[in-house]
Design a protein around this ligand. Structure first.
Ligand SMILES: C[S@@+](CC[C@H](N)C(=O)[O-])C[C@H]1O[C@@H](n2cnc3c(N)ncnc32)[C@H](O)[C@@H]1O
Length: 508
């Protein structure tokens, strides 16, 4: 068998950042549910299993310069790219190696890690590789350590499974490059869909799914649908497998999924409240929300917190606004319902944060809350964090220089036509989403152009050198004046609103 063991390796993976892999996010997810964050509160060593292009791993290393990061991936293209990012930003706290999980498990190790993250791996690798991941967790995670594991789950995938089966049939009958196999599979699916095949007529969710697939990134699709192995897990199966590494479920890293009034239809609340088996409860939540993908946090030996201990740990947290005050919305779109936050609760939080970073205790001291309402404040903060408008600030102040170097490198890559979607914040110790406009506006700002008009001229020259032009609502803008005007319109809010936020977050 070849080194990739059925895993797609002829198309490199996308270069994304996933906030659930950030130690601070994990610690907040635990505390938001009243559980101990264990070693995620002040981690020293973090391992990422299967880091793809290494973008997220390098970003986290830049944003957490006092934490040692390590990464394993068996794809040499991924390792080479990750090393380029690490060297480009001169990061000294991260090491990546071209290592398969089975090889790493055979090598062993000794309880040296505080966090292990495996995002988008477990469902897509063969059983022996899954076992190797569990062995790595068992060998290397310390007591008090956290594991983050995401995977495809039931029942959300149930009506969609035949889509993947058809894609695999096409792949097996058409040896060659994954690109071509994907194109052939998508073509067949879309023809079936257009002709309203019985499967799609009987399964409207499958029809919607194919429509969505046709608009998706091809690289992502190849890795989702063309790997030889594809397991759709029940939560209980994952819990049982990770129990072999002495791990117990802690919380969902998708923060809103821990709030039943938001993540589960109201009619099911009494049913859920009556279930006291935690594993069955999680499974019922999956059915209630027809979940397709889980992002789970497991802990190795996490004890229960008393109310007093919980408050003492919360007192170590601060919060910062991640968007400008004028952009904050109190409307939260959850998986099954939209929740309209009460302005009388949310407004004072956001007004205080607009003045600067605030501690949990300072927020609790707001007249609308007070010591007896910590749980209400925590729910509000959970939704503000989940919606990306507020970030937890955890741990000592970090050196901002590595993140600034990393961000300059990402902007330089954008000038060369390689666009990434996040930058590093050493204040929040995580990644912050950035649009193409944001990257181009920063390129201009770094070259000394501070007004939107000059930045737009600057961006046009970059785009022309790359043979590109801006699009407005899917239409290529041919006229230079219109294109520059369009860029200036989009740069204005970046320069006026986003740049001050990025400065507050220590990014530039
Ligand atoms: C779907 S990608 C996810 C990448 C990254 N975590 C992300 O979410 O962007 C899976 C990654 O695991 C790596 N991988 C798959 N099987 C592996 C194995 N047996 N040993 C080491 N790496 C493996 C692949 O090369 C790929 O980079």
């Amino acid at each position: 068998m070849s080194w990739n063991a059925g895993y797609v390796a002829d198309i490199g993976y996308t270069a994304g950042f996933y906030r659930e892999t950030a130690p601070g996010h994990m610690a907040f997810a635990a505390l938001a549910t009243g559980r101990s964050p264990g070693r995620a509160l002040r981690p020293r060593r973090v391992l990422e299993l299967g880091f793809g292009q290494g973008f997220g791993l390098a970003l986290l290393a830049a944003a957490n310069p006092d934490v040692a990061f390590e990464g394993f991936d068996f794809n040499p293209e991924h390792v080479a790219n990750a090393r380029k990012l690490i060297e480009g930003a001169q990061l000294s706290n991260v090491m990546v190696t071209e290592t398969g999980f089975e090889e790493a498990a055979a090598r062993g190790g000794a309880n040296d890690l505080d966090i292990v993250a495996a995002h988008g791996i477990f469902s897509w690798v063969a059983r022996p590789v899954q076992d190797a991941i569990v062995a790595i967790l068992r060998q290397r995670l310390q007591p008090g350590g956290l594991a983050y594991v995401s995977y495809n789950c039931m029942p959300g995938w149930a009506p969609l499974q035949p889509i993947r089966q058809l894609m695999m049939q096409v792949k097996r009958r058409n040896p060659g490059h994954s690109d071509r196999q994907l194109a052939l599979g998508l073509d067949l699916l879309s023809k079936l869909r257009q002709s309203n095949a019985g499967y799609f007529a009987a399964n409207p969710a499958a029809a919607r799914h194919v429509d969505a697939m046709l608009a998706m990134d091809r690289v992502y699709l190849a890795h989702e649908y063309l790997d030889e192995h594809w397991d759709l897990f029940q939560f209980a199966e994952i819990a049982a497998r990770l129990a072999d590494a002495k791990l117990a479920f802690l919380a969902s890293a998708t923060l809103s999924e821990n709030l039943d009034r938001y993540a589960v239809p109201a009619a099911l609340a009494p049913l859920l409240a009556g279930i006291d088996d935690p594993e069955l409860k999680e499974t019922v939540r999956d059915y209630a929300a027809n979940k397709q993908f889980r992002r789970d946090l497991f802990a190795r030996g996490s004890g229960e917190l008393t109310a007093g201990e919980h408050l003492r740990l919360l007192a170590q947290l601060s919060f910062v606004l991640a968007v400008s005050r004028t952009r904050v919305r109190f409307m939260f779109q959850g998986p099954v319902a939209q929740l309209n936050g009460m302005p009388e609760l949310y407004q004072p939080i956001v007004d205080l944060l607009a003045k600067g970073i605030a501690t949990f205790d300072a927020l609790l001291a707001l007249p609308v809350f007070g010591p007896s309402n910590a749980a209400i404040l925590l729910d509000c903060l959970t939704l503000l964090v989940e919606s990306g408008q507020v970030l937890p600030v955890i741990g000592p102040a970090a050196d901002v220089a590595p993140a600034k170097r990393f961000n300059r490198m990402i902007v330089a890559q954008a000038r060369a036509g390689r666009v990434h979607g996040s930058l590093a914040s050493p204040v929040a110790r995580t990644g912050i989403p950035v649009s193409d406009f944001g990257l181009l506006a920063l390129a201009a700002l770094f070259d000394g152009m501070e007004d939107a008009g000059a930045a737009a001229e600057h961006a046009m020259s970059i785009l022309k050198a790359l043979g590109r032009r801006p699009f407005r609502e899917g239409r290529l803008i041919e006229d230079d004046r219109e294109a520059t005007g369009f860029l200036a319109e989009n740069f204005q809010p970046v320069l006026e609103e986003a740049v001050p936020v990025w400065q507050r977050l220590g990014m530039i």
